[in-house]
Structures are given as structure tokens and as C-alpha cells.
Design a protein around this ligand. Structure first.
Ligand code: 2RA
Length: 368
């Protein structure tokens, strides 16, 4: 029997993208529940020629639900995730609520599907699967095949994250502000309040340190997610990772820069070949015409684009390697791009962004 689904947070950008990817990939389901807050209950959606009425999310929402896709914020996941698993649902959670919980697999389907191999959909035994953060998935989609060949010792990541990562409202504000600035009007600043201390710190035509809170160690939460989640997904507490996350005025495409130091030599051509064979990765690396994947070029496509692969000349010996890898992906919220958190059995769509420097992140768990 095809599974019964529930989409928690269906009215949000990612919730909407869940639906479009379920449809794009002909994900099999026998029923689908659209769940959201009381405020959104009653909204109607037509999905695959059927009309659905959004139901209020309650403790009774998960009876007979095989797969519950959550993207309604960490507090909703914390409250209703366990309720859903107790009802026998397999919960795929897009929030950060359970990512660092040792008992919850943190999964990128193309990278570590084994982490959830013990989970059986429809078995009546509920389970939680956490979806990594976009910037983590972006980085690991292409770094992992290289890591498996030449063990990454250290990773230096810089991200340039799009409006989409902050959701639909941020995308709307970027567009609105851009228009207002061009029309000489006073720009509307509602989303990134902490960055916009004056007109000079606008989002339009500007960039700023990622809007996540800064921690006592000077890193922001977005940067530390990359560090901690990489260690969990690679099951390597010693891997050296440092990150700098920046918000840039791009609608739907995160960008990252990754410098990988390997334990053993890996030459550029071999790296390129490995990436060409990596699941969900396509190499676009045309130096002659200076053509490398761009956000606009790769949006709404379903494969990973990678480019600017080259050796790090600054490294001693043979071990330097810089990956300039691009991502494309179904535009969803924003969130690192198509890497949607994804496990071939289950659909989860996360922020999809395009990463200037990293991997494209194909985060769609939908088979099909
Ligand atoms: C962001 N990756 O871009 C984070 C959350 N989606 O803001």
C-alpha cells in the first residue's frame, strides 16, 4: 500500500515545496493531510486535481499517518514530532529540533542513508529522522564522495546565503526593498531587523553576517550547525570544520566556499571524476568560457551542479584542494538547495539554495 502522508506547516514556503516535489516525483501516497496552525485551518489547496482543506494541527492529527513531513519550526516539531511517532508515523523533520539528538538520525540520502536503514515506513513503529541544515547539506553532498576517497582532515566553509533561507517573507522584502531603493523611496525593513540598523545596512544591494544569533565563541548558530552536523553525519568528532555564514541579496540560492584539506593526495582530475559519478551531482566546470553554475541557471532543476574544481595552490605538499561547487535545486524555502534533506524513501524538502561555492545540495528524499 502507498503510504499515507501528512504535511505539517503546509502553508509555509517549504510546506508548499513539499507538495510540489511530491507531485514532481510522483511520490506514491494513498492519502495526504495538510496541517497548519489554527490560523490557517480552513484554507483550501488544490493538489494533483484534488481539493484539500487545511486542518488545524492537533495531537489527533497523526492517526493512520505513515509519513509526517514537518517544516513548521522547531517548537512545533518538539511538541508534535513525538506525538506523531507515538502514533506510528515516521517523522521527517526539517527543523533543527532533533538534529543533534543522538537517538535521531541526521540524514542526507545521498550521503548517509544507512543512518536510517532501521526505520520502516508503515510498520506502525514510529521514528524521527532529522533533516540537516541547508548549509551543511550543501557542503557534504560533494565533499563526502571526496572524503571517502581521501579523508578530509579540515574544511573551511564560507557561505553566501540567499533570502530564501529566511523564508518567503525575506524573499518578498528583498524584492520590495530593491524596488524602493531604485525608486528612491524609504525602504521597508521588517525582516532582518538586527542587521538593518540604518538605511546603510539594507538587505537590497548589500550583504551582512548571517542573521542567526552570535554565540559566545564568536560564531553564529548557522556556522556552528555546519560544524556540529558535519561531525554527526560523517561520524567523525575530530574533523576540523570552520565556517563563516553571510546573507547575500540573492533570491533563491545560497553560496558557499569550501577549502578541503585531505589526509592523502587527491588530484584535481580525480576529484572531478569522483564528483561526476557522485549521486545527484553534475559537474559544470568550463574554464575556457568561464562558465560555472549560477543560481538563476540551476534553479528548479533536480541535479547537483559543481564547478571551479581546483587545487589549493597555497597548501604544502599535494593535499590542498578547493572545491568551488555549485548547487541547483528545486526552489524551496530557501535552504540550501535541493539537497533537500532527503532520503530516497521519504520526501523532505529543505531550504534550497544554490551555493556559489559548494555543493549543490540535493535534498529531496522522494523516490520517483
Ligand atoms: C538560512 N539555512 O538560510 C538557514 C535556514 N534555512 O537562513
Amino acid at each position: 500500500d502507498a503510504p499515507s502522508l501528512a504535511v505539517v506547516g503546509v502553508t509555509g514556503a517549504v510546506g508548499q515545496e513539499f507538495l510540489s516535489v511530491l507531485s514532481d516525483r510522483n511520490f506514491p501516497y494513498r492519502s495526504i493531510k495538510m496541517l497548519a496552525s489554527k490560523r490557517s485551518a480552513g484554507k483550501k489547496y488544490t493538489f494533483e486535481d484534488n481539493e484539500y482543506v487545511v486542518e488545524e494541527l492537533t495531537a489527533d492529527s497523526f492517526k493512520d499517518v505513515d509519513i509526517a513531513l514537518f517544516s513548521a519550526g522547531g517548537s512545533i516539531s518538539k511538541e508534535f514530532g513525538p506525538i506523531a511517532t507515538n502514533c506510528g508515523s515516521v517523522v521527517v523533520d526539517n527543523s533543527s529540533a532533533f538534529r543533534m539528538d543522538d537517538s535521531v538520525p541526521l540524514v542526507i540520502p545521498e550521503v548517509n542513508p544507512d543512518a536510517m536503514s532501521h526505520i520502516r515506513i508503515g510498520s506502525g513503529k514510529g521514528a524521527l529522522i532529522a533533516n540537516p541544515n541547508c548549509s551543511t547539506i550543501i557542503c557534504l553532498m560533494a565533499a563526502t564522495p571526496l572524503h571517502r576517497r581521501a579523508k578530509v582532515l579540515r574544511m573551511v566553509v564560507s557561505t553566501y546565503q540567499a533570502a530564501s533561507g529566511a523564508g518567503a517573507a525575506a524573499m518578498e522584502e528583498l524584492e520590495l526593498q530593491t524596488r524602493e531603493v531604485l525608486e528612491g523611496k524609504r525602504p521597508t525593513c521588517k525582516i532582518f531587523k538586527q542587521q538593518v540598523l540604518s538605511v546603510l545596512l539594507l538587505y537590497a544591494f548589500n550583504l551582512f553576517s548571517h542573521n542567526a544569533p552570535v554565540l559566545p565563541n564568536g560564531y553564529n548558530e548557522e556556522e556552528m550547525k555546519l560544524v556540529k552536523e558535519t561531525r554527526k553525519i560523517w561520524n567523525d568528532k575530530d574533523i576540523k570544520v570552520t565556517a563563516t555564514c553571510i546573507r547575500v541579496p540573492v533570491m533563491r540560492a545560497h553560496a558557499e566556499s569550501v577549502n578541503l584539506q585531505f589526509a592523502s593526495p587527491l588530484d584535481e582530475d580525480e576529484a572531478r571524476e569522483i564528483l561526476k559519478k557522485a549521486p545527484g551531482v553534475v559537474v559544470i566546470d568550463d574554464r575556457a568560457s568561464n562558465h560555472f553554475p549560477t543560481p538563476l541557471e540551476v534553479s528548479n532543476k533536480d541535479d547537483v551542479a559543481v564547478g571551479r574544481i581546483r587545487r589549493d595552490e597555497s597548501q604544502d605538499g599535494n593535499y590542498g584542494f578547493i572545491g568551488y561547487l555549485c548547487l541547483w535545486g528545486p526552489n524551496t524555502q530557501g535552504g540550501c538547495s535541493k539537497c533537500c534533506p532527503d532520503c530516497r524513501d521519504v520526501a523532505v524538502i529543505q531550504d534550497i539554495s544554490f551555493c556559489q561555492v559548494n555543493l549543490r545540495w540535493k535534498n529531496v528524499w522522494l523516490e520517483g
